[in-house]
Design a protein around this ligand. Structure first.
Ligand SMILES: Cc1cc2nc3c(=O)[nH]c(=O)nc-3n(C[C@H](O)[C@H](O)[C@H](O)COP(=O)(O)O)c2cc1C
Length: 475
């Protein structure tokens, strides 16, 4: 497509195509708008696309020129779109003329232009594409910003812009949405394929869903930013390996970008040719059934050609951390083998910590049972809490450790509490825990960890021998 530019009354060169809501493409590359042609053609179906030709202008100069262009064309407000180095000009214009910018899309902006700009002052919705780890810090400075993995092709860039323009890209904070999705507890899989070039490829995925028994189908979703996405899209099939609880390291390996993932794991080709990871709790070797484009992911539906399973415990995943059923089992075993078991809970009510007065003058403890009399158990803990008008829901295990002096086994759960009566319970803010009133260092260090992990929204599970300092995060 060859575009011929026009010149406005005040001498600004531009290219124009289509009709509808105005989109301003900031283009520092001189006359040649060919690089934008796919995006221009796609957007012009429903929009008035104006390409500003801004060769060799500094961002402040470009900002002034863009304003003159819009004044000359009598366009009150636009969506501004820039690519790569033109981000500086787009940002300068958006910050200088906020009421003229409805939305701002920065395709692959260079970090220098983000560092230099007062992103905090941007008032319109912003979309950036690029690598999450380097851009997220800058995006956090933009109130209504969102980040997308880099589109691979101009067609994808066009589609993404269409969605942004249509307002279909939500204005939710993507990190918040990810955190909310993360409350759904899943297993962990490694999805593999033999690839077309004979090089095995694989990535960690928890988007696995069993889909159909007859015909036997399953699905997984692969992000459009994954390095192996094209290989999976075109492969004749793929395998899903459901990891067992001892394979956390394999999960971490396959969630990395390392090119040599298969050299660090033992595997064999499956009946349909896709790599099967040794030690998996189950595997499904599939033929490609359907590939569906969906937002920033692609859905791969596989037709199961062969499968197998073992009785190994599967690895779990929730809220950004790994969960092992075996650890829950270890707690049960510990409880049955120890001479005495203490069962306690770190309970939250209205975002505050529930503490109970203990036998010491002014002393406060976590709700716990088993220090005297019979060994503790979750049901005895519930009963104790009920006496104090506390309706507790015990959630995940937080810590399992042995007190070597006494041989006591200590098991602490996380949980939520509803307080039905005033009286004994004391509610403490997590920023102001009464540390000196707590019974021992074990409780203090456990609560310090809890408060720190709570801030991050990620809880680990700890096990070991507390006094000897070997309490470890079981990730
Ligand atoms: C527990 C867990 C689950 C994940 N689930 C998915 C998923 O379902 N789909 C996906 O595309 N990436 C998922 N990822 C991220 C990929 O494993 C990661 O981006 C990986 O680098 C992709 O590999 P590649 O870039 O070499 O293709 C997950 C990561 C972890 C740790």
């Amino acid at each position: 497509m060859v575009y011929s530019s026009k010149t406005t009354g005040s001498g600004v060169r531009y290219i124009e195509k289509g009709a509808g809501e105005a989109v301003l493409l900031v283009h520092g590359g001189g006359e040649d708008a060919q690089q934008w042609s796919v995006e221009i053609e796609g957007l012009a179906v429903r929009h008035r696309v104006i390409v500003a030709v801004l060769a060799d202008l500094t961002p402040p100069e470009a900002s002034g020129t863009l304003r003159r262009l819009l004044d000359d064309l009598a366009v009150p407000a636009v969506t501004v779109v820039s690519r790569a180095d033109d981000a500086g000009a787009a940002l300068a214009f958006t910050l200088a003329h906020p009421i003229r910018v409805r939305r701002l899309a920065l395709i692959a902006p260079p970090l220098e232009s983000l560092v230099a700009a007062s992103l905090e002052d941007i008032r319109c919705p912003v979309m950036m594409t690029g690598d999450a780890s380097s851009l997220e810090r800058h995006l956090a400075r933009v109130g209504r910003g969102r980040l997308h993995p880099s589109p691979r092709t101009p067609v994808e860039t066009g589609q993404l812009l269409q969605e942004f323009l249509s307002g279909r890209l939500s204005s939710f904070d993507p990190r918040e949405l990810r955190t909310a999705f993360g409350t759904f507890m899943t297993g962990v899989t490694i999805v593999t394929t033999a690839g077309t070039d004979g090089q095995p490829r694989g990535f960690t995925a928890n988007s696995f869903t069993s889909l159909s028994i007859e015909p036997p189908l399953l699905l997984i979703c692969i992000g459009k930013g994954a390095a192996s996405r094209e290989v999976f899209e075109s492969a004749r099939g793929f395998a899903v390996n459901i990891l067992s609880e001892h394979q956390k390291d394999t999960s971490v390996l396959f969630a990395s970008k390392r090119p040599d993932k298969f050299q660090h794991t033992t595997w064999r080709p499956g009946p349909f040719g896709n790599p099967l990871i040794d030690g998996a709790a189950a595997w499904f070797d599939c033929a490609r059934h359907q590939v569906i484009d969906a937002g920033d992911h692609i859905i791969l539906i596989g037709h199961i050609e062969a499968f197998s399973y073992t009785d190994a415990n599967p690895l779990g995943y929730a809220r950004g951390g790994y969960i092992t059923l075996g650890l829950e089992q270890a707690a049960v075993n510990a409880a049955s083998s120890a001479s005495r078991t203490i069962v306690g809970a770190i309970l939250e009510s209205d975002n505050r910590l529930v503490l109970l007065p203990d036998h010491r003058p002014n002393g406060l403890s976590l709700p716990e049972v088993g220090r005297s009399g019979a060994s503790g158990s979750a049901s005895r803990l519930h009963a104790l809490l009920a006496q104090d008008g506390i309706d507790a829901t015990l959630g995940f295990l937080f810590a399992v450790f042995e007190n070597p002096g006494s041989g006591e086994q200590c098991i602490y759960y996380r949980g939520e509490a509803l307080l039905h009566a005033r009286g004994r319970p004391v509610l403490a803010s997590f920023d102001d825990i009464p540390w000196d009133r707590l019974p021992d260092e074990a409780t203090r260090s456990m609560l310090r960890r809890y408060a720190a992990e709570r801030k991050l929204g990620r809880f680990k599970v700890y096990s070991g021998d507390h006094r000897q300092g070997t309490v470890r995060a079981v990730e």
